[in-house]
Design a protein around this ligand. Sequence first.
Ligand code: 9MR
Length: 673
Amino acid sequence: MKKGFVKIIAGLMAGMLLLGGCNATPKQSEGPHDVPLTITADFTKKENKGNWVTYGDCKITTKDGKAIITDRKASNCGIAIPCPDYRGNTVKATVQATTDNDSLMLSLRYEIFGNVSYVNIAPGMKNDSGVIDITGSIEIPANAENSQIYLEASDVRDITVNSFEVSISGELNNLTGEPVETLSDPSQVASLSAAYADYFKFGVASPATVMTNKNDGFRSLIKTQFNSVTPENELKPDSVLDAEKNLADPAKYNEAPAIHFDAAKPILDFCKENNIPMRGHTLVWHSQTPSWFFYENYDVNGNLASRELMLKRMENYIDSVINWCETNYPGVIYAWDVCNECIDDGGGIRQSYWTQTIGEDFVEKAFEFARKHAPANVQLFYNDYNEYQGSKQDDILALLAPVAAAGNIDGMGMQSHISSGLDVDNYVGAAKRYADELGVVIHITELDVQAPKSVNSMYDQGVYMKKLFTAIIEADKAGVPIECVTVWGLTDDMSWKSSTKPLLFYGNLTPKPAYEGVMCAVNGGEVAKPADWVEPKSDLTPYAEDFEDQKFNGGPRYSSVQKIVGDAYEGDYCLENSEGYAEYDGYAVDVSSFAGHTIHITFAIKSKCDTCKLTADIDGTWPTIAEVATADGEWHFVEADYEVEDGMALQIYWESTDMNPFYLDNVTIEATN
Ligand code: 9MR
C-alpha cells in the first residue's frame, strides 16, 4: 500500500479551465466569511454583478429581468451561477427558461486537484405552455474549487432564462479558505491491471486535464493501475468537429466535415508515450454532437440534410477520425465505440437527428463505414447503458443482428453504470447472451457502482465489488469473452456521479474498500472491516406519511418534482409527482432499515394515466410490488407485501406509465415478521 510521500496541494488550478470562455468566479476568501444561503441570479444587473456569468462560448444580453442566451457555439454553452463557497454542501438549484432546444439540463462544474469535473443535476422538458422548470439537488465535494451550476441544452439554439437560483439544502457547512488536502502517492498501490492480467485488461476513463495537471499523482495512478484508457469526453463528436471551420466555410466542408484533435492530443500523447492502448469513444452518438452537423450548409435555421448528404458526412467523419488517429498515433487506439446509446429508454430505436436524416439503418451504415475504413486489427464496438436489463437486451440484440450478420461488429460495450442492487448473475448472464447471440467479445466500458446508502456504505460497496468481480472472473473462465473492464473515472470526486461515490479511489488517490473488493475477487481474502464499522441495526420503526405537515421524507427518483398539494385522499394534503420525463421518474423512499423482513405497504394513489406502479429499485430487474389501474382519475387504496432481502440497501418507488402526474397519500410501511 502507499507509503510516506505526500504532497500538499494548494492554490492550483487558475488557468486550467477546460472551457476557455468561462468567466472567472470570485476568489475564495482566506478567513471565515459570510456565505449567503441563497444565490439568485439578478438579470437587471450585468454579468458578475448580478450573481451570474456566461458559461462557455455564447453571448448573453439582459432584457426585462430575463437573460437571453444567443450565439451558443456548443450545447454546453449557457449561463452559470458561481457558488465556490458552497463546496462540501448539498445544494438545490432551480431554473425557469424557454427555448427552442428540445430539452435543457442543469449541471455542476468544478475543479478538483487540477482536474475538471462535470456532473448532470437534472434534465428538464417543456411543459404545455412551452416553459421548462428544472429543480435538482447535488452534493459538491469538499475539495471542489470554482464550483458553478450551469444551464446547458440538448442543442445550440437560443435560451431565455426567466429565473435561476442556487441555495443550500439543510444546514450550511461553512468551509472557509482554500480547500487544502494531501494527495497520496499511488505508485506503491498494488496494480489492478497486473492482478487481472490472466483475465482481461483493466481500464479507466480519464479527462485530458490529467495529462497537463501539475500533480503527477493522477498520471501515476493511470500508469501503475490501468492498461487501457478511454478519453472521457475528448473524442466525442462535439470535441472533434471543428465548429469554427465548418461554420465559416460550409460549402467547402459540406460533405467532409473539418475535424481537429486539440482536446484529445494530450491524452493520445500520454497513451503513446506510455504504451497504454486506448478505447476510442465515440463516433456516432445522439448526444454531444452539435445539431448544425445535421443541417444543410451546417445552418440550423435551414433544412435538415438529406439522407444522401448525411451518409457522406457520416462516412467521411468516421474515415477521417479513425485515420487521423491511425496516422498520427499508429496502433494506439485498439477499439472504437462506433455507435453509442441508440436504444430509447422506452424501448425501440432512439429517435434522433441520425434517424431523422439517415433513417433507422444509420447504425448498420455506421458499422459498414467503420469496417471499411478501420485497420483490420481495430475492434468495432456498440456501447450502451442499462444493457443488463432484459427488454433492453432484446432491443440491442435486434438492432445489432444485421450488423453482426454483415460481419461489421467485433464487440459489445456494456457501460455498466450500476448500483449495488444489481444481481450479479443477471449481469454476467447478459454478457454471455451478447457474446453468444452476436458472436462478439465483451468490454465492460464505463463501470461505476453507486455506493449503497447503508451505515457502512464504503465497506458494503467493497463487499459488493468482490461479489461482482468474482462473477465476472467466473464468467470469463467459463468462456464468456470478457476482454476489458473499464471503470468510468479515476476517483470518486472526478466522477460524473461524484455524490454517489461510485469508483475505486478516493479523491486524494487512496484506494477505497471498493478497490480492495476488486482485488479480493482475484487474489482471495475478504474486504477488511474499517475501524469505524458499526453493527447494522434493523430499524423496524413503521414508516408513515400522510403529508399533513406539508413535508415529505422520500425524494425524486431521477428527475421528477414533488410538491405538496390539496385534494387529498384523507385530510388536507397529499403529494404530487410531476414533470418526470420518463415513467420511472417517480417518488422513492428508502426501506433499507427493513432488510431481512417482509414489509406490508399501504397507500392511496390517483392519476389520469392508465397504470401506476410501486416498484423495487433493483438494477436490472425492477420487480413490481403493486400495479394499479388509475385511468378513472379516482383515488385507489392499495395494499401489498414485499420481502426485502437481508443486507440489501433498497429504495422502492411509485411511478406512472406515462408523464401524467400522480398523487400519493396515506403511505404506511411496516414489517410483518
Ligand atoms: O463522463 C462524461 C461527462 O463528463 C460528460 O459531461 C457527459 C456528457 O454527456 O458524458 C459522460 O460520459 C458518458 C459517456 O460518454 C457515455 N455513457 C454515459 C456517460 C456518463 O454520462
